[in-house]
Design a protein around this ligand. Sequence first.
Ligand code: FCB
Length: 386
Amino acid sequence: MTFPTGFLWGAATAAHQIEGGNVNSDWWQREWGHLHGAAVETPSGDAADSYHRYPEDMALLAGAGLNTYRFSIEWARIEPEEGWISRAAIDHYRRMVATAHDLGLEPMITLHHFTNPIWFTRDGGWHSDAAADRFARYVEAALPILDGVELVCTINEPNMVSVLADPEVGFPSVGLPPGVPAVTATLTDAHHRAIEIVRGAGKRGGWSVATQAYQPVPGAEAFASEYGASREDVFLDAAAGDDWVGVQAYTRTLIGPDGPLPIPEDAERTLTGWEYYPPAIGDGIRNAWSRAGVPVYVTENGIATADDARRIDYTRGALEAVHACIEAGIDVQGYLHWSALDNYEWGSYRPTFGLIDWDRHTFERRPKPSLAWLGEVAQANALPPA
Ligand code: FCB
């Protein structure tokens, strides 16, 4: 199974989940009970200390044979107080971009990956009428980081941001809460403003959507398409006209006539409790392609498991689905695995998604066999027979 020439192969991370010490972000403040929000099991603390160890992390990815690294820059570090820009933070992320280039890695930069500066959240977050202006001002300020960068992801999983926008609404046992229309509108506005800015600077812009592979049981087709509308489709529709769209998939959601169905009793589950279902990425790619009609990158896909052989098996299954989409004529341009490193999974370190493990006291990196495996696939630009 050969992939198109120029296909990007890489891994993804997000600042808050790996950097450590992200004290000016709303997430850090929530973790310590200083800001309203659901309690977490463990605070992020030093995370993987990748703020300091990124050269080693990138070298491991490049050394294994990958050619792309998707990472996010942290708004809370760049603009810790409203209107005040940290030149040191800008320089830090410029060094990260330079390091990626030196190692032969194409950097894909995410401008927003869930976390916000404290001041932004205190002042209404994405509910505020000023949110899109504030985001656009930050994107302008961050432009020096994007020198020499081609691929920019404006906002990671805006649909998750919208469905979780009301702090009183928790996750249901299956499925997701509906998107909050006003927040969706603001995110879409912020995205389009950011696209204009990064395009003006010669970049290719897109955003990445969490696709949930809503699969109707017979008779539930209409309900499933209604269910997906505010949670997924509206965000893919908004990507029409962008330079690309990112698809992020982990599992599927079976939809019955009255709503999402529980995971089948006999299904294998991952460490996040999700159904082990590698083909989910194919559902996401097809939906993104039919709605946005622009080139697709898999910007995240992976599995939380302590058994690295299952990670390889999952990734192989996912890549078979990606390949089938390409064969069907869909313009898929890259596959970025989630995640480069085990990391802070929004409240806990237990779900391990990484291609690289690290010692919790010394931060020493321990690449897993799956990293070498994915690197070989990347080098061959082909999936070897199982
Ligand atoms: C996605 C997020 C990412 C990570 C994975 C498991 O929703 O973008 O930060 O938490 O799921």
